[in-house]
Design a protein around this ligand. Sequence first.
Ligand code: JHZ
Length: 416
Amino acid sequence: MTEQIQCRACKKTNTYLFLPLGDHPAANAFLTPQQLKQIKQQEQQEQRWPLDTIACLDCGLVLVKDQLPADFFTEYLYVPSGSETMKRHFASFANDIRSRWITDKSDRVVDIGCNDGLLLKACNDIGVATLGIEPAANIAEMARAKGVEIFNEYFTAESAQRIRDKWGSAKVITTTNTFNHVDDLHGFMRGVVTLLADDGTFIIEVPQAITYVEMTEFDTVYHEHLSTFAVKSLADLFDFFDFTIVDIQPLPIHGGSMRVSARRTHFASKESSPAIEWIERERKAGLFDRATYDAVAKRTQKIRRDLLALLANLMGDGKKIAGYGAPAKGNTLLNYCGIGPHILSFLADRNELKHGRYSPGMHIPIVPPDRIAEEKPDYLLILAWNFADEIMEQQKAFSAAGGKFIVPIPEPRIIG
Ligand code: JHZ
């Protein structure tokens, strides 16, 4: 199982294909009833691509090589606003930006991949000027409805110049959970170099490779999530552009993320960069060793075996099981484990954009959470396990009535 490809962060070719998860459809391609009918009539499956998880043994980037065709999504169904955790997270991030990096009333924060504008609305509310960059038309409209100014195109080295010509340079560029969707990281960084003010700060939030490894978060990899970053991957990438990491904050969201701030090296000191200590931690955690990834692959296979055995036992006892959450990562897990509507009668999710649709590949119906009280399943498999606490808190009535939860990651367990 070796395949040498070039790492999209450090550009080296010391890569190791350690976890082939099989052929998967696009994780966010929830099917409409018409699309599902068409697939069934033609006795076809939706389009699939190999989901091969690869590690760069030089910088610790965990990456997927195969990608969806350009412009695959004309509309995007993920919005962060359905979660109270995310609302609190972005409100606190907005305050952090204002207190640490904004020095003048005219300073502007540009958020690349601003989705429905949750972060920028929080910035606007505390008097910080903003601009959102969002190529997906449907969610760009949601951001506009919150009063956020939007540039409705992809961010590239070329569009960065047009943005700068129209709005001026950015004092802060943020990008939360977008960097991990970008194939051409070097092109993206050229855009950052063009748009960022000389004394500006570039802040990204991304899932961390170290928690991917330690918690066996195999499901967070899908064709849109092309990269899970180590601090070393970012430090190596920024080095090409003469940027230095000046701050790293670990974040609990999305199962373990980090907020990394970088500035032009002449505004920062390489010698005192927090990256040095973090990279040492990553080395100790085995992020640059083949054996670490062999162990992740083994633990992933064990999760599949244990979860399927647990669900089979419950069904054998006549228990009714449904899923809670229809996150993208849930579709990696469902397709990898082969868990379909014969096991989970529905997936309850608060995101209205997903209601009435079917999960890609496994074709489980997505319904509003009210259905839990109507159908009274005995168990809820929490696919959005990164929000398990918030979800269990909301579903107190379900547990009070005797319902139990199954959390699949880092190993399947029953709660309640
Ligand atoms: P959630 C997304 O991944 C998509 P996903 C994207 N690819 C990305 O980069 C990562 O985030 C970081 C629902 N829910 O956020 C809402 C409830 O129903 O873990 C969501 O559909 N009730 C852009 O899709 C899903 O669960 C609730 O109370 O894996 C959570 O999806 C809560 C809290 C959530 O991300």
